[in-house]
Write a protein that binds this ligand. Structure first.
Ligand SMILES: Nc1nc2c(ncn2[C@@H]2O[C@H](COP(=O)(O)OP(=O)(O)O)[C@@H](O)[C@H]2O)c(=O)[nH]1
Ligand SMILES: [Mg+2]
Length: 301
């Protein structure tokens, strides 16, 4: 995840305020409220921030800490732990694993499929993409262009076709051609529309009917929308068993702190982060490295 450092500049800028705070030697109530303010500013959110502060205050008491510098170090470890509690490993544990990408419009589902395809085909996997966004003709054309770039196969249906049947056909094709992973796109849907959410349940059910097994349902969230992403995640998780989150557009976002809200409040692991528009701009999520990068602000000191 080394290359990501500069892409995280905007989020890191928020966390770099901790370096100024470190210079205040004594831990007092003003320092506590500044810690709180920095976390909220970084879009960790009010609920997760108060959970974090509460834990941190307990530790400060237990460890009898009185220096601001040491509490910032403890905070950094605590943030790492909260992310590491969740398992970011990707599940391919099936004869033919199927990963379904879900989320609202424009968050980066289709682009993320290209990125995951690129990463996994470099790792030796034989991939079939399923153009399950049959809502707009342009959507399968977009995925088709990516399939060419990534050198993967693509199964699509007629415009307006039932997305479940397109994804089902992709699993049959993948099985027949000995492919090892199916990546299925879906149309963006408003999490507030009950019928669209029901369609998603059907997609998952049908994808499991043939030779494929759905081993990941990846919810794609746009990090630039901040706390609104939490609401999206809660609604999707009510309809389908979301196994992980792909957090996109971190390159243009100062709201990367949302990662901690997702971990604390939703307990859904982040599995990938997206940091740009090319098919190479995606990284498997590494909690330890991520937190190290956020707190790597020597240059600002
Ligand atoms: N900067 C940036 N742009 C992204 C990222 N992921 C997706 N995009 C852009 O967001 C827009 C919507 O992406 P798309 O994959 O079509 O979203 P979908 O509607 O969820 O399928 C496109 O212009 C993408 O290039 C990312 O990680 N960083
Ligand atoms: Mg799309």
């Amino acid at each position: 995840m080394k290359r990501v450092t500069s892409e995280l500049d905007k989020t890191r800028k928020n966390f770099s305020l901790f370096s100024k705070l470190k210079r205040k030697s004594h831990l007092n109530s003003q320092v506590w409220s500044e810690i709180e303010e920095i976390l909220i500013q970084a879009d960790v959110g009010v609920v997760a921030t108060s959970m974090i502060i509460e834990q941190l205050q307990e530790k400060a008491k237990e460890m009898k800490l009185s220096a601001t510098e040491s509490i910032i170090d403890v905070l950094k470890e605590q943030l790492k732990q909260s992310l590491m509690k969740l398992d970011s490993a990707l599940n391919t544990d099936a004869e033919l694993p199927v990963w379904i990408f879900v989320g609202v419009n424009g968050v980066g589902k289709t682009t993320s499929i290209a990125k995951v395809a690129n990463l996994k085909s470099q790792g030796g996997k034989n991939i079939v993409m399923a153009a399950g966004d049959t809502f707009r003709a342009a959507a399968s054309e977009q995925l088709e262009r990516w399939a060419v770039v990534c050198g993967t196969e693509l199964i699509k249906g007629a415009d307006g076709a039932d997305p479940s049947s397109v994804i089902f056909d992709a699993t049959e094709h993948a099985h027949a051609t000995n492919a090892s992973l199916v990546l299925a796109d879906t149309a963006g849907r408003l999490h507030t529309k009950a019928n669209l959410m029901q369609e998603l349940e059907k997609i998952v059910r049908v994808a499991n009917k043939g030779k494929g097994t759905v081993t990941e349902i990846l919810l794609v969230l746009d990090s630039t929308v901040g706390q609104n992403g939490l609401q999206q995640a809660k609604s999707f998780a009510e309809s389908v068993d979301v196994t992980g989150i792909i957090l996109t557009k971190l390159d243009g976002s100062s709201k990367g702190g949302i990662i901690f809200a997702i971990a604390e409040e939703l307990k859904i692991p982040i599995k990938f982060i997206g940091v740009g528009e090319s098919h190479e701009d995606l990284f498997p999520f590494d909690a330890e490295e991520f937190v190290e990068m956020l707190f790597d602000f020597q240059e600002e000191m």
